[in-house]
Design a protein around this ligand. Structure first.
Ligand code: FES
Length: 165
């Protein structure tokens, strides 16, 4: 959103206006902003506060409580490594460590090029194929440390092809 330019500010004002007749509009407003921009930084929360009269403290509380909302931009690919019990005993920690090492980010962080966000997840319901990794909705079964570099390379290639780079 880059410092909340006037187009973004106008869009957020418009989103707030959409729900002005709702008694509890906050979740709807924040969901629309999250879907539109992928994250809800502080300056956006301040604008929502100004438009709705809801305090920044309350807005901040909601944004940080629900994992669906994010304060920071997410990468094009969200690499979610399950660290639930079944995955953990099958070596999931080594898998996430490998992603972390190659991407040079910690869980919760996004690479500088904006391509990857690394997340540590609880059980994603795929224990039978542990350790499971979910990347932007696709589940990779029985992930091993050796597979990690290849998966990253494939995603980079896929992105370049998509972008025509
Ligand atoms: S513990 Fe990882 S999918 Fe269930």
């Amino acid at each position: 959103m880059g410092g909340l330019n006037s187009a973004a500010a106008a869009k957020i004002t418009e989103i707030c206006a959409r729900y002005k007749d709702e008694r509890t509009p906050l979740m709807m407003i924040l969901s629309d902003i999250q879907n539109e921009y992928g994250y809800i930084p502080l300056e956006v929360q301040e604008l929502v506060s100004k438009e709705t009269g809801i305090s920044v403290a309350e807005i901040y509380g909601v944004v940080t409580f629900y994992s669906f909302f994010s304060l920071t931009p997410k990468g094009k690919y969200i690499v979610g490594c399950c660290l639930g019990t079944a995955c953990y005993v099958k070596g999931a920690q080594n898998v996430i460590d490998k992603f972390s090492e190659i991407l040079k980010i910690q869980p919760g962080e996004t690479t500088e090029d904006g391509l990857f966000t690394l997340d540590a997840l609880r059980c994603i319901g795929a224990c039978g194929i542990a350790p499971a990794v979910s990347i932007s909705g696709k589940v990779y079964p029985k992930m091993s440390v050796d597979q990690v570099p290849k998966v990253i390379e494939e995603l980079k290639k896929e992105y370049q092809e998509k972008e025509g780079a």
